[in-house]
Ligand binder design. Structure first.
Ligand SMILES: Cc1cc2nc3c(=O)[nH]c(=O)nc-3n(C[C@H](O)[C@H](O)[C@H](O)COP(=O)(O)OP(=O)(O)OC[C@H]3O[C@@H](n4cnc5c(N)ncnc54)[C@H](O)[C@@H]3O)c2cc1C
Length: 417
């Protein structure tokens, strides 16, 4: 197979890979982006499409310890960790539990909010440049609940986010239903974040691919990396099913598949998949007009041009991509309980994706200690869409040796290497 010399090779054309390829190409590098499939068909395909800096929280949070023990035992919980004799899972769980402290939370929320706010602004500008191409809409976000505990949790989140400059207002049940008549009368109240946005996830990837190619970037689909060759302490060749690439810089952005490849590179990338589902339906008696989070069910409802996407559940797995019918039913039944839907909704599409989850809930963005021409951009957990442009800008700053847009320390890959 022929050798191709390239400047930057980005492996993985999900929202993370394309955002970084786009950013680097615009800053003057010559970027080639490859994917084993078509761009955006991994976890970036069917997510809820939320661009909501108010949700810039890592997965491990203080006070979750006893809850997470309960989750181990309950397959119907919104976050399920299936107990299994796995050394990888045991180590991941230990780091996950260790990260549940206030100091780590404060540090993580600060940087995740910074990159999410940058991203919201970026998407707004993209929507101005390419109007009506990727479903960008800034209608805000409603957090709703039928319980006092749920309302208190939403208010607590609002206070935390108000401190980070994200506006939100508390609403009673009547106010919530007046804003969103698709909700049933069991809703007791909630919080409205007016500046949050949503978009179509696959169309967002496509809009970025279009700009990237127009700027001279190259995309090569159906090109799977399966090996590497090394010389003088560096990655010399990336071997794929469609050619051998000799890059100056390799960017690893393979989402939840990155761990397999890391083994070949003899580096540690402790990612597990956070499996979640989404369903597309239009079986509403009244179609929701705003993105809605049903707090106690952790169901995300997103209005689309001709339908609605219902998304939810998080099951920590190691490469298990199977669809569990009870989890799909839980999303549908939870949605029917809280919203005016038809008794037998027609489902147009069921999708599942593996969120790439680091144990401390913060992505790995930075150079590898072992291979000086390897850069990681991985592990964006449940925030990949909403943080991708900000994460890409942070990565481009580090690659160019500029002062980064936010504190880069929490993202350092060597915390695991
Ligand atoms: C149900 C659900 C709802 C979600 N909702 C939201 C939301 O509302 N907002 C938000 O911000 N995030 C959300 N997320 C999270 C978000 O989808 C992910 O964080 C994001 O898609 C991760 O992007 P990625 O580019 O890292 O991974 P991916 O999109 O999975 O991309 C990785 C790419 O690498 C390619 N690849 C893998 N192996 C190889 C190889 N060997 N050679 C070449 N290419 C390879 C794959 O084909 C794939 O295209 C949600 C996730 C789920 C599951």
């Amino acid at each position: 197979m022929k050798d191709t010399k390239v400047d930057v090779l980005v492996i993985g054309a999900g929202i993370i890979g394309i955002s970084l390829a786009h950013e680097l190409q615009r800053s003057g590098r010559q970027v080639t982006l490859i994917d084993r499939g078509e761009p955006g068909m991994g976890c970036s395909y069917g997510n809820a499409g939320w661009i909501t800096p108010c949700f810039a929280m890592p997965l491990p949070q203080p006070g979750m310890f006893w809850k997470s023990i309960g989750w181990l035992l309950n397959p119907d919980s919104p976050l399920y960790i299936k107990p299994q004799p796995s050394w990888l899972l045991a180590r991941w769980m230990m780091s996950f539990l260790f990260a549940m402290n206030q100091r780590r939370l404060t540090e993580s929320v600060a940087v995740l909010t910074d990159i999410s706010k940058y991203s919201l602004k970026f998407y707004k500008e993209l929507a101005d440049r390419a109007p009506q191409t990727f479903g960008f809409d800034q209608k805000g976000l409603l957090l709703v609940s039928a319980t006092e505990t749920g309302i208190r949790a939403a208010e607590l989140e609002m206070k935390l986010m108000n401190d980070r400059g994200i506006p939100g207002e508390v609403m009673n049940g009547e106010q919530v239903r007046a804003k969103e008549p698709a909700l049933k009368s069991l809703i007791k109240g909630g919080v409205y974040f007016p500046t949050e946005a949503h978009a179509e996830p696959l169309e967002t990837v496509k809009a970025l691919v279009k700009e990237f190619e127009a700027a001279g970037g190259k995309v090569q689909s159906r090109t799977e990396v399966f090996d590497f060759e090394f010389q003088n302490g560096k990655i010399d060749t990336v071997v794929t099913t469609r050619g051998r690439f000799k890059p100056d810089l390799v960017v690893m952005a393979m989402g939840s598949w990155s761990r397999n490849m890391a083994r070949r590179l003899e580096v540690n990338v402790p990612l597990l998949g956070g499996k979640g589902y989404s369903l597309i339906t239009n079986s509403f008696e009244q179609k929701p007009q705003h993105p809605i989070m049903i707090v106690e069910r952790k169901i995300a409802v997103t209005p689309r041009a001709d339908s609605v996407r219902l998304a939810g559940t998080m099951e920590i797995v190691d490469r298990d991509e199977g669809i569990t019918p009870r989890r799909v039913r839980a999303i549908l039944n939870g949605s029917k309980e809280y919203m005016h839907m038809q008794a037998e909704p027609e489902i147009r599409e069921v999708w599942r994706g593996l969120r790439p989850c680091t144990p401390d809930g913060v992505p790995m963005v930075g150079f590898s200690k072992k291979w000086p021409n390897l850069f990681y951009s991985l592990g964006h957990q449940m925030l990949g869409l909403q943080s991708a442009p900000g994460s890409a800008r942070l990565a481009a700053d580090l690659i160019a040796g500029r002062s980064p847009i936010t504190d880069a320390r929490p993202f350092r890959p060597e915390r695991f290497e």
